[in-house]
Design a protein around this ligand. Sequence first.
Ligand SMILES: [Zn+2]
Length: 208
Amino acid sequence: MRTEEQKRKHAECMNKYYHNGYKDSPVLRAYRQREDVKEKKRIDSRRYYEEHKEQCKATSRRISKNLTKEQRAKKAIYNKEYKKTDKYIESQIKYRKTEGGKETAKRSCHNYSKSEKGRLSSATRHNRRRAAKKMVENNFTLEMWKQTLEEYNYLCAYCGSKENIQQDHVVPVSKGGGNTKDNVVPACPSCNASKHNKTLILWMAERV
Ligand SMILES: [Zn+2]
């Protein structure tokens, strides 16, 4: 049996040996690349993580908090690239099937549909489908919708309200109007509903 002192000395010696070249030696590299060794390491780190979850999380929080600007930029690039790998995609597919994954998907879907971006793109998609059904000219993109909104200052083209702006077709799609940049204007729900399938002239005439 080794005494505590001997153990400490041995550890110190091994540490020195490791840092004095052994860590870069081909022998060690070959050992680490063995599949069984890799698998053992994976199991060990997973077990360590499960047993020290809070501690691990705190450490990674502390590290990411103290990153420099360059390190942050590097990390962002790495993450972006990592998300394109099969490994990540497969893990996501697996995660989506778990209860937690289903919850997350539901929540992020809900949040996206409530967000500005989500609302804009869902309206655009809806109108594209509708126009496709009616076989009218159909090339209105999300980019164009954003431009139109800028041009109208995010206000209803008919009454100037800024409430829950929607896409309105000046010439209704049902009357052959295109889903195109020059036929779509922002409208509040009230104007949009009262105009509905009427042409602008007819609607205006009814309003006076
Ligand atoms: Zn309005």
